[in-house]
Design a binder for this molecule. Structure first.
Ligand SMILES: N[C@@H](CCC(=O)N[C@@H](CS)C(=O)NCC(=O)O)C(=O)O
Length: 383
């Protein structure tokens, strides 16, 4: 394995989705199919990557310019649907008694991906039963049926077909729209969320209106509430989420601890052989520690990255104090509470989270949210 290849793999692909703690493109380190994996490939990869990483050759990717998305955009109808359920194994079923949604939902996810945690927070709070398909983060065989290459993705049964809801925010807004007004009909939900696609790079898509929950008959007051809810949902996606990687990977020890936790929660012992798992954990932790430093600069976090995380969480606490309500939604959590809770829950097993609890009051809100989600408190709102 050449130096260039190793450094490209280690850095460019790890950076691709830098918001996620573990960038799942480490798959290229491992042979293409489980039964084709060969130890010598792994050794070669390990050596090559180690050299690439240590020499720092992969840093070139940071100089790459982000493609200018708005330059050449076309709007396409969001009507992704498939006629039969893909041939994938359901990893587990979350069955909620008295599920009032009437929906058949399947969530394709990585367990510690913050965007997947957001969707789970929503589904759990509203007491929606769903099937989970754990996607192998390296081989991604479970995603072969779709052109969308990210998780979460949700399939919803509608008649004799399945609708694809892509992007955590759209999944939540789409379902919330449906619950607000079931007359809209499941099949029509996607129409509210057209896709803007970069003509030069069709894989680069953005879902329009994704923060909007649709409903034609909103009162003035409700419209104001919706606006506030969107503001905090956007804050969760655009600000809070960027606090995570630099904090979770603050030191090499923390990065290693985080990767061990991902391995435990993601049951990597079932996905990888012992040596592969150790490889992914050690190399991944090291690379993400380096990327965490870059992200700290990119998002202008303080020298002490913990402080930036505390500052952002304190903004939420201050807002709740000013409002005098337990949640941003008032007496009940709204979509903003659920998004923030979901994102933070993705680091619950990390030192950064424990220290966040010790240094801010966010725990009082966070555990109320956890309780509400676990007890499916939102179920009554659907009845
Ligand atoms: N905007 C998307 C972001 C989703 C995302 O970036 N997911 C990451 C995992 S955290 C992913 O699937 N990356 C591609 C990969 O792992 O190959 C959302 O909110 O759902």
């Amino acid at each position: 394995m050449s130096f260039m290849f190793a450094s490209r793999v280690a850095f460019r692909h790890l950076n691709e989705v830098n918001k996620c703690f573990f960038n799942h493109n480490l798959r290229r380190f491992v042979a293409t199919k489980p039964n084709e994996r060969k130890t010598h490939n792994l050794k070669a990869a390990l050596t090559g990557v180690a050299i690439g990483v240590l020499a720092g050759g992969g840093y070139s990717f940071y100089q790459k310019k982000e493609p200018d998305f708005s330059a050449n955009v076309r709007i396409v109808q969001n009507n992704d649907r498939i006629s039969s359920f893909p041939k994938v194994e359901i990893s587990r079923k979350i069955v909620v008694p008295n599920d009032a949604s009437g929906l058949e939902v399947t969530l394709f996810q990585y367990p510690t991906c913050p965007f997947c945690c957001k969707v789970r927070a929503f589904l759990d709070f509203y007491g929606i039963s769903y099937d989970v398909v754990e996607v192998n983060p390296v081989l991604k065989q479970q995603m072969k049926w779709t052109d969308y290459k990210k998780v979460p993705i949700v399939l919803i049964k509608s008649g004799n077909k399945y609708l694809q809801f892509k992007d955590s925010t759209m999944i939540i807004s789409g379902l919330a729209t449906y619950f607000r007004d079931k007359h809209i009909g499941l099949d029509s939900i996607q129409e509210y969320y057209p896709i803007s696609q970069d003509s030069d790079n069709p894989k680069k898509i953005e879902i329009m209106n994704k923060y909007f929950v649709m409903d034609g008959q909103r009162t003035e007051k409700a419209l104001e509430r919706d606006k506030d809810e969107r503001k905090w949902r956007k804050w969760a996606d655009d600000v809070l989420v960027h606090m995570l990687s630099p904090n979770v990977y603050r030191t090499t020890d923390e990065a290693l601890q985080a990767f061990n936790w991902f391995s435990e929660v993601g049951e990597w012992d079932k996905l990888f052989s012992g040596i592969e798992r150790a490889f992914v954990i050690y190399v991944g932790a090291f690379v993400m520690w380096m990327i965490g430093k870059k992200l700290q600069k990119k998002y202008h976090l303080k020298e002490d990255v913990r402080q930036s995380l505390y500052d952002e969480c304190n903004k939420l606490m201050k807002e709740l104090e000013t409002r005098g309500t337990p949640f941003l939604g008032g007496q009940e959590p709204n979509l903003a509470d659920l998004a923030i809770y979901g994102i933070l829950s993705s680091i619950e097993g990390c030192l950064a989270f424990r220290e966040l609890l010790e240094n801010t009051n966010i725990g009082s809100w966070f555990f109320k949210m956890k309780d509400a989600a676990q007890k499916h408190d939102g179920q009554k709102l659907l009845m």
